[in-house]
Design a protein around this ligand. Structure first.
Ligand code: FAD
Ligand code: SF4
Length: 501
């Protein structure tokens, strides 16, 4: 009788995982382990550890109730070895197996480790493709038409072979700033049950020095709760998702975003079901096309695309540094103590929620990292630590490619650099700031204003022939030598006191 050990990793929490195909409960065994190395190779936000371990425990319970035999090891079990390889080795020695089956890990580092197991174990290891995604690695290579192809393939928001409404993209309607505070629905919350409370205590005891606030913890941790969160988004927020996608408001961390990335990235939700729910809402006339198209393009477009770039460019993508940026990450990325109100807001909300929405990550935290010339390794490390949805396959292309342009233009066609005027247009942060967003230079001028030009000056050799930056370099050419010197002086002065900025 041939027996398989089916290894399920912490972000593979779905009953449809390829590793479970053909599983025979009479003889096979599922192995799941909470391993220290997974949450300390970068020191995850406390909330993220609670989320992952609690979701794993709930998923294991669900599997057991459905009759699957599961060998689950908790972090504080006496015999837990702390590494996934050692765990498989330990369990393999207790039970006799003929084969190990695993779905391809989402991260390159883990896949490379598992491939090496082949020479360490005397039994075969079958690595199956990751069916949580719509686009395979092979399809990505021939993804000539970019992100539109998946909409055609899965017939999402299509009508007679054409995109619904005639356009593939409605972003032009999606850049409205908030004029006044209006009712933003509360995000989905669930009360921690006994399992989650146990994990909260475990994290408090074992990872006290990790970044972020542990409590209150309100993420869903089961498939059922993730579906409730999806429902709540579709019913309450999707209608305004498009219009206010780029807007930011003081003390409003959640806005009209979906807050589904945590669930999508650990398998509790699948991209196609989210896209279909949004499409259904449009068909019922409950949400406008610009919102629905925008959401679908992100879930089955951008998300699949960044994953494709990650696997296509790894290894090597991690060490890209197109601008040779070397500056260390300022302390306020950890403490939130800074006079720059926009950065303070985003870091404080990140500490509290292990979440910031896209435009905060891109145009405040990311924009600052880009124009201040922060070292891509340090910036990537920070983003990997602080967000509950961070996994290298999605974090790295967003940071190295989209935000820092450290890949020299593989993912995006130009760096997303912007001055304070953009932040002022899209948010109300500047009203409560120590700095003056309308001032270009001097001690109380908004640092984004001079750092933006300093960035373009510093990187002229690398950027001046980028056709999307021609206008900016023309403006720079018209600047007097005196003005350019003032920009450089203000920037150097700012860099000199960066940790206290
Ligand atoms: P919504 O705004 O509601 O968007 C809906 C969904 O679309 C998201 O849940 C997500 O699954 C998907 N999506 C949207 N944009 C992207 C994108 N650029 N890349 C991939 N998926 C996208 N996303 C992560 O999941 N993990 C990360 O570690 C991560 N790091 C990021 C770092 C930076 C610097 C930037 C600019 C973006 C990053 N993103 C990351 C993408 C995006 O910001 C988050 O997916 C989003 O903020 C999650 O919140 P939400 O679920 O409310 O998203
Ligand atoms: Fe940020 Fe500048 Fe506005 Fe202050 S003035 S909140 S630093 S953009």
């Amino acid at each position: 009788m041939k027996r398989s050990l089916c290894l399920i990793l912490g972000d593979q929490l779905n009953l449809t995982m390829s590793s479970l195909l053909g599983f025979d409960p009479q003889k096979d065994l599922i192995v799941m382990s909470e391993v220290r190395e997974d949450v300390t190779y970068v020191k995850y936000h406390k909330k993220k550890i609670v989320f992952i371990f609690s979701a794993m425990r709930h998923f294991a319970e669900d599997l057991k109730q459905r009759g699957y035999p599961v060998k689950y090891t908790k972090l504080n079990d006496r015999n837990n070895t702390g590494s996934i390889f050692e765990e498989v080795e330990r369990i393999r020695k207790i039970y006799e197996f003929d084969k190990i089956v695993v779905t391809e890990p989402s991260e390159y580092r883990v896949l490379e480790d598992i491939k090496k197991w082949k020479s360490k174990f005397s039994i075969p290891i079958e690595i199956r493709s990751d069916n949580r995604f719509l686009c395979s690695h092979e399809e990505f290579v021939t993804w000539a038409e970019g992100r539109k192809q998946l909409r055609k393939k899965y017939q999402i928001l299509m009508s007679d072979g054409k995109p619904e409404g005639g356009e593939w993209n409605y972003d032009i309607k999606n850049r409205k700033p908030f004029k006044k505070k209006f009712n933003i629905p509360r995000t989905y919350t669930s009360n921690p049950d006994a399992i989650t409370c146990d994990v909260i205590n475990l994290v408090s005891e074992h990872f006290p020095d990790h970044f972020g606030q542990l409590q209150p913890f309100h993420f869903g941790v089961t498939r059922c709760q993730a579906l409730e969160a999806l429902d709540k988004f579709i019913q309450q927020r999707l209608v305004n998702f498009g219009d206010y996608q780029d807007a930011m408001l003081q003390d409003e961390p959640w806005m009209f975003h979906s807050h589904l990335s945590f669930y999508l990235n650990c398998g509790l939700l699948l991209p196609l079901e989210c896209a279909k729910r949004a499409e259904e809402s449009y068909q019922k006339g409950k949400a406008p096309l610009n919102a629905v198209e925008g959401f679908i393009r992100q879930v089955i477009g951008w998300r699949e695309y960044v994953r494709g770039v990650y696997w296509f460019e790894m290894p090597g993508y991690e060490s890209r540094n197109f601008f040779n940026a070397q500056r260390k990450l300022p302390d306020f990325f950890w403490s939130g103590v800074t006079k720059m109100n926009c950065l303070k807001q985003c870091v404080k909300e990140t500490q509290k929620n292990a979440y910031a929405h896209h435009i905060q990550r891109l145009m405040v935290l990311g924009n600052f990292s880009l124009i201040a010339g922060l070292d891509p390794k340090e910036v990537n490390n920070w983003y990997s630590i602080v967000y509950a949805d961070a996994y290298q396959w999605v974090e790295l292309p967003n940071v190295t490619g989209m935000v820092l342009f450290a890949d020299g233009g593989i993912l995006g066609s130009k760096p997303y650099a912007a001055s304070g005027a953009y932040i002022n247009k899209m948010s109300d942060y500047c009203k409560g700031c120590h700095f003056n967003v309308n001032k270009k230079n001097g001690s109380n001028a908004c640092p984004f204003n001079y750092l933006y030009w300093d960035f373009l000056i510093r990187n002229k050799d690398k950027l001046s022939d980028n056709h999307r930056l021609v206008m900016m370099y023309k403006t720079l050419e018209r600047m007097s030598d005196e003005k350019i010197q003032t920009i450089k002086d203000d920037s150097n002065h700012f860099f000199g006191m960066l940790d206290n900025a």
